[in-house]
Write a protein that binds this ligand. Structure first.
Ligand code: CDP
Ligand code: MG
Length: 730
């Protein structure tokens, strides 16, 4: 039964009075754009209106850019609809499918729909597709736009709805054959904007968390009742801010310090970010106890994806964590960057949803004016590796001329083609190879799909590699406490699992420890491992193995004895590594990884603990950055088993390593680092040379030659050349 309270809430949303008009518009149009203020009820209500009015509609698919949004919205809507989650209303995100044969309304990430479209471009299962939060312009949403245009040609009866929060949607309409735009009239209130008097945004980078906490405290003590929403950029910042504010608020003498102490007697603080469990999230949407003020520290998710009721004050730090293409590695890096003016306006708007509000910007008006007008769409600043592989799988040959709403820089496409060639997913003419085709089976980063297939088809260790790949596909498994003593303890506990060959093997050991504990939560807590991540990894591993079985990809162990499901109960004092009865053929595991990660091969400086990327100079950067720029110095992350301080391996014994990714702090840190033997990769390295002669994008070769200037050759690092040049590098 649906409660009266929920019915009332639904009917009080701005969208409710337009219910009939919206349904009529959807009935009359197969391509339609709907815009409305954030919080007006688009995401939760429109799919329900459709469910209620189109009774014979089999399946409605609604995309969300964020996993956590797909889950919370599906939760909320199933409650409003009076059914159990996964029944009539469900969600599907990568590795977590909560739908059933009865599901008629499916919330999913745009990535999931994109994968489904790869397998079935006609999207036959669906009668209505809704691309929601289109203004976010994620990479996947943009690719879906192009694909759906084609689906519309193939299946004009499929109803396609684009929902967006911003007014600037003429572009969407132009793209979708000038389709009509339905505007939900908004009801927003004035928001008074306070800029910091003179703080330049560029000077705030190291202080904005503290300043945001101070500002929240200022509002709490000086302003009338009303909840506060603070925009930060990521989990660790948010956790720190929650603790800091809590500490400071405890010291308040309400009668003396708090201006409105009759109405504001206490503070409740909530974090909201992508890795939070859904149950924790629910409280955020509820009213705080009477007499208390709610403060929510949030990532960008609260900008437009989720609406927290009761917000009257917004604190805008001016920063966001954003995917940014890193030309020196050919991968995406997550960087904290200033937001755009459009984003700042959206953020401020969150304060005026139900009554007039106030926004506090930590930066000056001048800084605001210098911000980019709009956020650059993700497709123009991300690695297109996975995207290009999917498009190739769909038989789209000429990717540079694919119909994108905002085309990516052809260099990004070319770099993705090059990487796919190096992974042997494409042949010399840019056609998908059988290996590339097989890689599409897995919903993984193509590097990892390649490794998994190599481990099964070539190196006979896919049982172990599927576990490692699963861990690499979930959130961080290490918990890093902030408290110095605990941090030391965490590092000490972790050491037990460190392996001298590096982090791939270490991860395998950690998983086995977890397995031998009986998948125990307390064991994880004790070792400072993230239980949620490890249990997710187990789930992912099982799904990968299911896919392998289904497609006839062998699951083979390189261990001497297969005791996969036997939980050893005895615990001795010896380190995990010492007491391991089971020996693996580690070389096989590493060789399997090197089949992809030879692309991330790095050589050590002869006298120092610094490494240089072997291939970056000639593969990715040549066309993107000044060819004279110096080589990027890479350091081993302190989280790695191979970090010199751990004394697991002597740095002199580490000539060549392969790394998984690069994290930029004050230094460039290699994450997940392993030893590699040059003889494993020598053959593969020849593919780099071959890149010069191949014709991957179907363009004529002449163009390829034009962009390859001779001066670039100087930055190519040859394996042996480094040694001779060691005095001049850096
Ligand atoms: O999509 P749009 O921004 O137009 O609005 P929505 O996400 O459908 O939100 C409509 C209302 O539902 C807002 O007032 C939200 O606060 C509320 N809501 C909620 O209470 N709990 C959720 N998990 C999601 C939304
Ligand atoms: Mg929405």
């Amino acid at each position: 039964m649906v409660s009266q309270r929920i019915i009332k809430q639904r009917e009080s949303l701005p969208i409710f009075q337009f219910r009939k008009d919206i349904i009529d518009a959807i009935k009359n149009q197969n391509l339609l754009i709907i815009i409305g203020e954030t919080g007006s009820g688009k995401t939760t209500q429109i799919p329900q209106y459709i469910l209620e009015s189109f009774e014979d509609c089999r399946l409605i698919g609604v995309t969300q850019p964020r996993r956590i949004a797909a889950i919370t919205v599906a939760n909320r809507v199933s409650e409003e609809h009076g059914t159990r989650l996964g029944d009539e209303v469900g969600y599907c995100i990568r590795f977590d499918d909560c739908t059933s044969s009865r599901t008629r309304l499916k919330y999913m990430t745009d990535g999931v729909l994109l994968r489904e479209a790869t397998l079935d471009p006609r999207l036959e299962h669906y009668e209505i597709i809704i691309i929601d939060e289109a203004h976010e312009r994620t990479l996947e949403t943009d690719v879906l736009f192009g694909l759906l245009k084609e689906t519309h040609r193939l299946r004009p009866e499929l109803k396609i709805l684009i929902m967006s929060a911003t007014l600037n949607v003429e572009k969407f309409s132009d793209f979708f054959n000038e389709c009509p735009i339905f505007v939900i009239p908004g009801r927003t209130y004035d928001v008074a904007i306070n800029h910091h008097r003179d703080a330049k945004i560029s000077s705030l980078k190291s202080t904005y968390v503290q300043r945001a906490v101070d500002t929240a405290l200022y509002i709490h003590t000086q302003e009338p009742p009303g909840d506060i929403l603070v925009f930060l950029t990521g989990q660790s910042e948010i956790e720190r801010a929650c603790l800091d504010l809590d500490d400071q608020a405890r010291e308040l003498n309400y009668r003396k310090d708090v201006k409105y102490y009759n109405e504001v007697k206490d503070l409740v603080i909530y974090p909201i970010h992508a890795t939070l469990e859904t149950m924790e999230q629910k409280a955020i949407f509820e009213d705080p106890p009477k007499g208390t003020r709610k403060v929510v520290f949030a990532t960008n998710i609260a900008q437009t994806s989720v609406t927290i009721p009761g917000i009257k004050y917004v604190v805008d730090t001016g920063f966001v964590k954003q995917k940014s293409y890193d030309p020196s590695t050919g991968m995406d890096a997550l960087l904290v960057v200033p937001i755009s003016q459009a984003a700042a306006t959206q953020r401020a708007g969150r304060a005026g949803r139900t009554a007039p509000g106030k926004a506090f910007r930590l930066y000056s008006r001048e800084s605001f004016e210098q911000m980019e007008i709009e956020t650059v769409p993700e497709i123009q600043r991300s690695s297109l590796l996975g995207t290009v592989l999917s498009l190739k799988k769909m038989g789209i040959r000429d990717i540079i001329h694919f119909e994108f709403i905002d085309p990516p820089d052809p260099i990004l496409v070319k770099n993705a083609l090059k990487q796919l060639f190096l992974l042997e997913a494409l042949d010399e003419n840019g056609n998908l190879t059988p290996l590339g085709d097989e890689m599409c089976i897995f919903p993984l980063n193509p590097f990892l799909s390649r490794v998994l297939i190599a481990s099964a088809r070539q190196f006979e260790c896919s049982r172990e590699v599927s576990t490692i790949v699963a861990i690499l596909s979930v959130e961080e498994i290490f918990i890093t406490p902030r408290n110095g003593e605990k941090l030391f303890e965490a590092y000490e506990r972790r050491k037990e699992f460190y392996h001298h060959l590096g982090d791939y093997v270490t991860l395998l050991y950690i998983f086995e420890g977890y397995r031998d504990s009986g998948y125990d939560r307390d064991w994880c807590r004790d070792k400072y491992f993230n239980y949620r991540a490890l249990s997710m990894a187990k789930n992912v591993r099982d799904q990968l193995r299911e896919l392998m079985e289904k497609h006839g990809i062998p699951i083979i162990s390189c261990g001497q004895r297969d005791d996969e499901d036997v939980h050893r109960k005895k615990r001795s004092k010896k380190s995990y590594y010492e007491k391991k009865a089971k020996k693996y053929d580690f070389a096989k595991i590493l060789e399997a990884f090197s089949s992809s990660y030879y692309i991330h091969l790095a050589k050590r400086h002869p006298h120092r603990a610094v490494f240089y990327h072997y291939a970056s100079a000639n593969v990715y950067t040549s066309e993107m950055v000044d060819s004279n720029s110096s080589l990027l110095a890479l350091h081993i992350s302190p989280m790695s088993a191979l970090h010199p301080d751990n004394k697991i391996v002597k740095i002199d014994n580490l000539d060549w390593v392969m790394y998984h990714s690069v994290l930029y702090t004050s230094k460039a840190l290699m994450k997940v680092v392993s030893k590699v033997k040059l003889e494993w990769v020598e053959e593969k390295l020849k593919l780099f040379k071959k890149l010069e002669t191949v014709n991957l994008d179907g363009d004529d070769k002449r163009k390829e030659k034009e962009v390859k200037s001779d001066s670039n050759k100087n930055t190519v690092v040859e394996p042996n050349k480094l040694e001779q040049e060691n005095d001049v590098i850096e």
